[in-house]
Design a protein around this ligand. Structure first.
Ligand code: NAD
Length: 507
């Protein structure tokens, strides 16, 4: 067998950045190292945005908003349509850069860019559908309605694992809603952010007349995120990342009466019932638990299996786990790429040790040597005697805890007995069980599925979760409302002045 030699990660990243139109000065000669998890190699060193420069960018975004809010929404949609065109044209290059910088396999890197294109399409349609209601009024010759107006600057803080799609979920909606956007991407994935911004700038140049500073990028660490969190010029702050980050951010935004959209950690489970189709389960679990090397907020982390299915399912899962190819995500056939860094690797080791101490039986989880370095691990299955503390904690790595249950009540109780509430699934062919899981007394998550895994959401639905996942909703459905302010308007077209609730006040 001949093994195809792959180009060096640094060379490939440089070629992609050139093609994507990112000037070399934006990613060389600075202080913030960009590393590829494929090998751990440094592939860029970015000049960081200083605090004063960031404040200036926020001020400029606010000024741009004052002009942008008066542009008719369908015209604003045209800018997002052009952004979608740029993304379509650059899909292959940006998708490969996501692979190099975040470590996703190629089809997932491309899928991430497709998700950006999809949300642009959605937002273009939305730009003609920012509807308010007309409401019956109790006063004669009056009309009552609600109007939706742009909010202002939307601050967007994003995580490493969806380095570009989460910006697009927010920015595409915010822009058609008449807002400006200031983005602080993860310090672990700044190159894909630069490339995305270059594509936005291309769309803006084609549009012509976009107010300066409408979309800004802040390159650097959490202190720049904190600046957005505390800025009174940022009425809406969308923050995606760990629950620890959300816990720090939420009270600070609330203290200045800003609005936070929080998209935080998950601890997603699937219940495998007595009637579940195990062929479906094995395929769904493989993608949901091992895909993206377990580094999705919606990754399947807990499998709650009925006792009658346990002995049939576990050997099949173990076989799938043992056979999956771990390696360089650029190679065709690789399904599991690297963990993002040494910290994630240490987190996986510590979690497996804790699971062992809690009486768990572990298969998989070993380090895999891949030429060139990086932190590669075989995904792990941890059969647990109960839902101990480590199972209730989100470890951002490919570990699937397996639990056994006897009754559906017990399964749902286990399912909900974690601090997080993002995504969930049930595998069943029993209508009663499916409906119970989706009912008010079923899954307590923001996303609940039947016969598909918890990961891999489409942009048409509202995305987000409850409890320590933060309660935010982004992307489809009516998530756009979080980016606008609502005004209730009452208009009197008569000659009298009747007061509501029959109050009289004659002067
Ligand atoms: P992280 O919390 O370490 O960092 C996320 C972002 O927050 C980074 O840009 C970081 O610089 C910034 N940040 C950190 N502390 C901050 C503070 N105090 N103020 C302002 N900004 C701050 O997360 P990560 O390791 O990059 O990503 C993994 C986590 O993100 C996981 O917990 C995962 O579940 C979660 N996630 C959630 C969703 C979702 O939609 N619910 C999506 C993707 C990732």
């Amino acid at each position: 067998m001949t093994i195809q030699t792959l180009p060096s990660v640094a060379d490939e990243a440089a070629a992609l950045l050139d093609r994507l139109g990112v000037p070399r000065a934006a990613w060389t000669g600075g202080t913030l190292p960009a590393r590829s998890p494929l090998s751990g190699a440094e592939i860029g060193r970015l000049p960081e945005t200083g605090a004063a420069e960031a404040e200036t960018a926020i001020g400029a975004a606010h000024a741009a908003f004052l002009a942008w809010r008066d542009v008719p929404a369908p015209r604003r949609g045209e800018l997002v349509r052009l952004l979608g065109e740029e993304l379509r044209a650059a899909k292959e290059d940006l998708g490969r850069l996501v692979t190099l910088e975040a470590g996703k396999i190629l089809s997932e890197g491309l899928g991430e860019v497709q998700e950006m294109i999809d949300i642009c399409d959605f937002a273009v349609g939305l730009s003609r559908q920012l509807y308010g209601l007309t409401i019956a009024t109790e006063r004669p010759s009056h009309r009552m309605m609600e109007s939706w107006h742009p909010s202002g600057v939307v601050g967007v803080v994003t995580a490493f694992n969806f380095p570009v799609a989460v910006w697009a979920w927010n920015a595409a909606l915010a822009l058609v809603c008449g807002d400006a956007v200031v983005w602080k991407p993860s310090e672990k994935t700044p190159l894909t952010a630069l490339a995305t911004h270059a594509l936005f700038n291309r769309a803006a140049a084609r549009f012509g007349g976009v107010p300066d500073g409408l979309c800004a990028l802040l390159v650097g660490g959490r202190e720049l995120g904190e600046l957005l969190v505390d800025s009174k010029l940022v009425p809406v702050l969308s923050a995606t990342g760990s629950t620890a980050m959300g816990r720090a951010v939420a009270p600070r935004v609330a203290a200045r009466f800003g609005r936070a959209i929080l998209e935080l950690g998950g601890n997603n489970a699937a219940i495998v019932t007595p009637t579940a189709d195990l062929d479906l389960v094995v395929r769904a679990v493989a993608f949901a638990a091992m895909g993206t090397a377990g580094q999705r907020c919606t990754t399947l982390r807990r499998l709650i299996v009925h006792a009658s299915q346990y002995d049939a399912l576990l050997p099949r899962l173990k076989q799938a786990y043992a056979s999956v190819t771990v390696g360089d995500p650029r190679r065709p056939g690789t399904l599991v790429g690297p963990l993002i860094d040494a910290g994630a690797d240490a987190g996986m080791t510590a979690a497996l040790e804790a699971a062992r101490q809690d009486g768990g039986t572990i298969s998989g989880g070993e380090a895999v040597a891949v030429s060139g370095g990086g932190h590669y691990r075989r995904p792990a299955l941890a059969e647990m005697p109960g839902q101990s503390e480590i199972v209730r904690h989100e470890t951002f790595a490919p570990i699937l805890y397996v639990l056994r249950y006897e009754t559906l009540d017990e399964a749902i109780a286990l399912h909900n007995d974690v601090p997080q509430g993002l995504s969930s699934s049930i595998f069943t062919n029993d209508l009663r069980e499916a409906e119970r899981f989706l009912s008010a007394s079923g899954s307590d998550c923001g996303i609940a599925n039947v016969n598909i895994g918890p990961s891999g959401a489409e942009i048409g639905g509202a995305f987000g979760g409850e409890k320590e996942t933060g309660g935010g909703r982004e992307s489809g459905s009516d998530a756009w409302k979080a980016y606008m302010r609502r005004a209730t308007n009452t208009i009197n077209y008569g000659r009298e002045l009747p007061l509501a609730q029959g109050v009289s006040f004659d002067v």
